[in-house]
Design a protein around this ligand. Structure first.
Ligand code: ASC
Length: 134
């Protein structure tokens, strides 16, 4: 059965929250250097992000799950549902960048991981800029 709008919002927020935790680990080790680089941890983090991003999150963006109906439970702009082709394109850019981050993590090349991490961040931001309220 289709999840209720409240449930869709809860699960997608849980997914983004867990991805953000893992992005933070990669950032600390590979971008900031505030934590020593540990290949296995970065691989695990990148794989966790990829698994979540590729788990079918699109099904958590059903009708009635934007701010017009759900108020401050979500930051999803109602415009999302009028621009689904654009939303799908942004989602594909995101999963593509995440898959690249996972493959670079496996290589262990920190410079390449850093670049791929930056590319993932851009695809996060592209969707926020268009479809997330401030
Ligand atoms: C993160 C996070 C985001 C993105 C974004 C990239 O780690 O929580 O929302 O990266 O900041 O621009």
């Amino acid at each position: 059965a289709q999840l209720k709008p409240e449930e869709q919002i809860e699960y997608r927020q849980a997914g983004y929250s867990f991805m953000a935790w893992n992005m933070g680990k990669i950032k600390a080790q590979v971008v900031d250097g505030s934590v020593p680089y540990n290949k296995a941890q970065v691989v695990a983090a990148a794989n966790a992000i990829a698994a979540i991003a590729n788990s079918g999150m699109g099904s958590l963006y059903g009708p009635g799950t934007a701010t017009d109906q759900m108020g401050d439970k979500t930051r999803l702009k109602p415009e999302f549902f009028k621009n689904l082709d654009e939303a799908n394109k942004l989602a594909r850019n995101f999963t593509g960048a995440v898959d690249k981050l996972a493959s670079e993590a496996a290589s262990g090349d920190q410079a390449r991981i850093k670049t791929a991490f930056g590319e993932v961040g851009k695809t996060c931001k592209a969707c926020h800029d268009q479809f997330r309220t401030k």
